[in-house]
Design a protein around this ligand. Structure first.
Ligand code: PLP
Length: 454
């Protein structure tokens, strides 16, 4: 095996590579961790350290690394037809076959897909479709899309505007007009501004938090609101698992005002919550579902939007919708997605997650609640999050300056585990293919990292 010169690579990396969401001063000082290979649920760095991937890459590698059927599908398609577009009355076989399969596995209101190459592009697509829908319905004034603070819907101008990350809005003069945000359904955070909520049960809080949507609709004017967008579980915001009552109440409010509901399934889709799609866990019936990541297990970029029949009937009434990406329906990406979904079906992975892997993860992860640094460790399906606290008995949290999440994340790496830090929250989204012994490994490494953070 050729020896990898880590220091030389780090120097080049720092000199030439602008990384997404990375502190480049820190990067120049410490050098990037260079990942060189992966197999199953583990990755290796250039110093040959084996690391358990508790984040599935970036919430993507649902079926784990080294799946030969995905590699074979890509190879075969690259040899047969590496690219052709789907513009101007042309189509390609893998895109047609995948559209058909997606129509089968998604909830019944969905019979059509629009392809992109990422979650961000998918949400951009929806923004245009929603406005086009209301325009075609003769309600052009219905333009406003309501989202939530701390939501993540991507990094393009529309994606970052739909998202509710202040750090992103501050850079680039966002959000664009016509997008507003309500508070997220996160009780621990909400009581900081609204102490009167502190005695509510989770279920009561869910109804209150959904009610903020209704308040916002009435404030804007009910004939001006076009849609509501949300992740079933807010992922990048820190794995905020909403109360059970939240989403059904959101659906009721959307129905009451005739507002379109968009479920951003970029993380929660493709089995992550123990159902094929997150909206099935939450009990909603969205008009749009955006997806990416898990559709190909991240082996190749592909994204898309499932569009409900009632929306398709309106938007395409006059024929065309002037929108598309060069790589919409890319044959290689679609071939890999087909192989990935067929593998999921063959292994019955969604039921395995629901009935076995996720309950085991829940039991093991929630046992961290006994750790002196941990408040509120929770999972849903194959995502989990916990809060780090300074004084558990007095319920006193860390300050931002304490940087506790980043410190804990460093200890995770040192112990051979990828866990992500979001402020004072530590989060996981492991591959769905994790076996019980992988989960044991994850939890024992997480505990060591927590001990080191104390
Ligand atoms: N939506 C959600 C819920 C996401 O988590 C992400 C990415 O993490 C996106 C959209 C954007 O996807 P992409 O990075 O593929 O553009």
């Amino acid at each position: 095996m050729t020896q990898i010169n880590t220091a030389a690579l780090q120097k080049l990396d720092s000199a030439h590579y602008l990384h997404p969401f990375t502190d480049h001063t820190d990067l120049a000082k410490k050098g990037a961790r260079i990942i060189t290979k992966a197999q199953g649920v583990h990755i290796w760095d250039s110093n040959d350290n084996q690391i358990l991937d508790g984040m599935s890459g970036l919430w993507c590698v649902n079926m784990g690394y080294g799946q030969q059927s995905l590699v074979d599908a890509a190879t075969k398609q690259m040899q047969t037809l590496p690219f052709y577009n789907s513009f101007f009355n042309t189509s390609v076989e893998p895109a047609i076959e995948l559209a058909t399969l997606l129509s089968e596995i998604t909830p019944p209101q969905f019979n059509h897909v629009f392809y992109s190459s990422s979650g961000s592009e998918s949400n951009d697509t929806i923004l245009r479709m929603v406005r086009r829908y209301w325009d075609m319905q003769g309600e052009k004034q219905r333009k406003t899309i309501i989202s939530r603070k701390n939501a993540y819907h991507g990094s393009t101008v529309a994606g970052a505007s739909l998202g509710g990350m202040t750090g992103m809005h501050e850079q680039g003069d966002l959000p664009i007009p016509g997008i507003v945000h309500i508070e997220q359904p996160y009780l621990r955070e909400a009581v900081k501004d609204k102490p009167e909520l502190k005695d509510l049960s989770e279920d009561e809080f869910g109804i209150v938090a959904a009610g903020w949507l209704e308040e916002k609709i009435l404030e804007i004017g009910k004939d001006k609101v076009a849609a509501f967008i949300g992740e079933p579980v807010q992922g990048a915001g820190g794995v905020i698992i909403p109360p059970k009552t939240y989403w059904p109440e959101i659906q009721r409010i959307c129905d009451k005002y005739g507002i379109l509901l968009i479920s951003d399934e970029v993380i929660c889709g493709f089995g992550r919550l123990g159902t094929w799609f997150g909206c099935e866990t939450m009990g909603t019936k969205p008009d749009f579902m955006t997806f990416a990541k898990g559709v190909t297990s991240g082996y190749i970029p592909l994204g898309g939007a499932m569009v409900s029949q009632r929306v398709v009937d309106v938007i395409y009434k006059d024929g065309d919708f002037n929108h598309g990406y060069t790589y919409s329906g890319h044959p290689v990406a679609c071939a890999v997605a087909l192989a990935n979904i067929k593998l999921m079906q063959k292994l019955d992975i969604v039921n395995t997650v629901k009935n076995d892997t996720a309950p085991y993860l829940k039991k093991m992860f929630e046992a961290l609640n006994d750790h002196p640094l941990v408040a509120d460790a929770q999972t849903l399906g194959m995502v989990g999050g916990l809060v780090l606290v300074k004084d558990k008995d007095k319920n006193i949290g860390f300050d931002d300056d304490d940087n506790v999440g980043m410190i804990c994340r460093g200890h995770c790496f040192d112990n051979g585990l990828v866990m992500r830090a979001v402020g004072d929250r530590m989060i996981i989204a492991p591959p769905l293919t994790m076996a019980h012994d992988n989960i044991d490994e994850l939890l024992s490494k997480a505990r060591k990292a927590l001990d080191a953070t104390l």
